[in-house]
Ligand binder design. Structure first.
Ligand code: SAM
Length: 320
């Protein structure tokens, strides 16, 4: 069915001075592909969909059709995409377990003029996915490297999150164990920028519990789940609010991006507030007892618990 796309003003041939409104129409089919060009030799880093198969660019399809070889994280996964777009090209596996040896092999092919496209299972190769080693070798050898842009989960999550988009740090996956994860979160406690992580669904509640403990209940977070897919969802709120929502579910499925907003002025103020004031603030705002508040303050100020306790006994009006 033809749909009205836009209305535009243009001058007609019969009356060069008259402005006539014309309505352009288009078929609800793909626009014609650009004329085939011969792909230059080089390494092509091709973004693929992160869920919705429509999220692939015309250029990505053309590069996949015109290259000589497609290096895939998982050849079976990529075959589904290639079938969808009727792309018939040889594939070769290139994943985290054979990355070193395969990169050395592939760079020799590139040096011989073979045009290689690298794809991962989803999104941009090299973003928490294989690609970097081959890319580094290609750069060393003076081989042309061409990004073919498209989806990356953290960018889609960020732009729709409602958190400040600049500045930001993308930190990849959080450590799976709570101890290491808390140490990572400590580093961003006073961060003034949006911090972005990839997280697994079976770990998200544990991670949010750690976030509440380290960053406080009030830190703004967004959980972006199943982006571009049927069950796409954004949970926006404070760390404790989002945690409560997820804890209320029998099961948490799907792929997740966790975004942590910048620390507010209030959250970073404790460095200059008196120790007693800060302890009382935590007890009041976060409903924790004095012991827990003191533990938190000692961490915040990089002093031992006993030192914090002594300071509190002294009156705690001084700045530690
Ligand atoms: N290369 C990919 C990219 O450009 O985003 C990332 C690959 S990494 C191995 C996979 C992780 O990315 C998932 O565990 C999840 O954290 C995130 N991710 C990928 N697709 C997603 C989606 N549709 N929705 C939310 N997160 C996604």
């Amino acid at each position: 069915m033809a749909r009205t796309l836009l209305s535009a003003k243009r001058r007609t041939g019969s009356d060069p001075d008259s402005d006539t409104t014309v309505r352009a129409t288009w078929d609800a089919t793909l626009p014609p592909m650009p004329a085939p060009e011969s792909l230059e030799p080089g390494l092509y880093l091709v973004a693929t969909p992160i869920g919705n198969l429509e999220d692939i660019t015309l250029r990505a399809i053309r590069v996949l059709k015109e290259c000589d070889l497609i290096a895939c994280e998982d050849t079976r996964q990529t075959k589904k995409l290639l079938n969808q777009y009727e792309i018939e090209k040889p594939t070769i596996s290139y994943h985290e377990h054979n990355e070193a040896s395969r990169a050395a092999e592939l760079v020799e092919k590139l040096a011989a003029g073979v045009r290689i496209a690298v794809v991962s299972d989803a999104g941009m190769p090299g973003i928490s996915d294989p690609g970097f080693r081959l890319l580094s070798l290609a750069i060393e050898r003076g081989i042309s490297v061409v990004p073919i842009p498209g989806p990356a989960a953290f960018v889609s999550a960020l732009v729709a999150s409602g958190l400040p988009v600049e500045p930001l740090t993308f930190r990849g996956f959080l450590p799976p164990k709570s101890g290491a994860r808390r140490r990572t979160l400590e580093k961003i406690r006073d961060s003034k920028q949006t911090e972005i992580f990839y997280e697994a669904p079976h770990r998200i509640t544990g991670t949010l519990e750690d976030a509440v403990a380290v960053l406080g209940m009030g830190r703004r977070v967004v959980v972006a789940r199943e982006l571009t897919k049927i069950h796409e969802e954004f949970l926006r709120g404070t760390a404790v609010e989002v945690l409560e929502v997820l804890k209320g579910r029998a099961e948490i499925k799907g792929e997740i991006v966790l975004l942590i907003g910048p620390a507010s002025e209030e959250e970073t103020r404790p460095a200059t507030a008196s120790l007693r004031d800060r302890v009382e603030q935590l007890m009041r705002d976060e409903k924790v007892d004095e012991k827990a508040a003191l533990k938190r303050v000692s961490k915040e100020r990089g002093i031992s618990k006993s030192e914090a306790y002594r300071e509190l006994q002294r009156g705690g009006s001084g700045h530690v």
